[in-house]
Design a protein. Sequence first.
Length: 604
Amino acid sequence: MTPYLDVQHLTKSFGALMLFRDICFSIGEGQKVGLIAKNGTGKSTLLSVLAGKEGYDSGDIVFRRDLKTGYLEQSPTFDPEESVLDACFNHQGEAEKVLKAKQVLTQLKIRDLEQPMGQLSGGQQKRVALANVLLMEPDFLILDEPTNHLDLEMIEWLEGYLAKGNKTLLMVTHDRFFLDRVCSVILELDDQTIYTYRGNYSYYLEKRQERIDNRRAEIARANNLYRTELEWMRRMPQARGHKARYREEAFYELEKVAKQRLEERQLRLKASNVYIGSKIFECQYISKAFPIANSQQPNANGQITILKDFYYNFSRFEKMGIVGNNGTGKSTFIKMLLGQVPVDEGRIVIGDTVKFGYFSQEGLQFDESQKVIDVITAIADYVDFGGGKKLSASQLLQYFLFTPEQQYNYVYKLSGGERRKLYLCTVLMKNPNFLVLDEPTNDLDIVTLQILEEYLQDFPGCVIVVSHDRYFMDKVVDHLLVFKGNGDIKDFPGNYTQYREWERLQNQSSQSSQSSQSSQSSLIKSSYRHDDRRRMSYKEKREFEQLERDIAALEEEQHLLEEQLCSGTLSVEELTEKSKRLPQLKDELDEKSMRWLELSELKN
């Protein structure tokens, strides 16, 4: 395996904060590596250092000579005046590059290539930045949260694109399905050290637990020996011989191990004091549409329909997930429920006992000069969990992995992920009985996601989650609303994986049905007789038989060609050639299909 990157004894700190110390790892050609760490411990900083955007204290970073590297930042910036196409790359009028740019941007739902970047949302700009990196066709991809702001369709496309071929990449992502299906190596940055696991995310979980168990046993053994050695240290006189001094030095090394503290997971928070009545909310045939300017899929009236005569009666203790492509109305539906966006028709009736806790995509604007603990105590000093159990503001923060030292840090020192986590704590501190979470997984580390999953599984109130995180949805929800666009909403009783399996079976059934109908149609046509129809000539019969073979071959070629164009493995030259062939292929199919229909009307 050709080494692409070799990192030796790398150290990075910000003032007194040590992010990583003396870390070593390497990445070879074709390896797909996921980097996992808690928020604020240096994931994005490490990627930025490797990409040459930030300096480091000591160590060596060695890339293979002449290696072309592409880097996707967590929060990219653009010239607001330049167009989408110009922001992708300096295409210099090269037709094949422009063609490829259009195809990749279309997959990422960016269609107006002349639109100024300043008019795009933050999520759209992240997608343009992702397209930019992919279009560079680098030897080595460094990606920071590539799935943020992508809908499920886009995530699955990117998943397939990166998994195929001999691409080499290092990425940070919280999407555990994505890690499982794309990555073959996991790097964990923990306690300023890098641990390497040569397998996917599932393998990492298993081996990480083994590592923690072994470390815990090592610390326990060190503690037992430490007590014995401590007693010896107290008895021995100050003037020690050579052997005694050697044992003394060993004692101090042992003491370092014995005094280590592995981070223990908190007990699961199980509230029993949350009360919510039997009446939650009822959507009484509500409708909502926006003018054409707000969407790329208008209806005949020049509007995009979000909901049309939609009825739903939400059950007590229900945990619902909402999924669908971007722009289908998921967040709008949530804002209508919360009274932030009016309905066009119908009404939403909410029960008297419902107390919403809303975690939005936009997040909370903090006072940068406040301390973390003060942000929470400004809401309440404690949360009453019932049965005499109360959780203080500090304990809630600690449950979500804010150490006592971090709680007294100022907000301006927090990373993006830590701010999202603090915002989540402000929502929970209000002790709601109905949680509405709009993309809660963005920028949260995997450990925090696991804690949040447990919290929501045990939450005795109601939950609605809008998310593209398939793993998270499977863990938390028991019911789905699938927004398919133009007011088409599928009500599905189950989680995301169950829905996809149901959808797969439906597609199989539909294809079988179409095949059966086609066969029946052919039988009817072959047996159908009209006296006024002339018979096929011998030449026409041979032409008809050849057309059937040609059409089957062309359909097979079209299917193969479409798969290749979406694979992400083609060179620019191959992509150009195959893109030119596709419209020719469709024209040939249309021509032969029309001739087949003409001949099929004749007597056989």
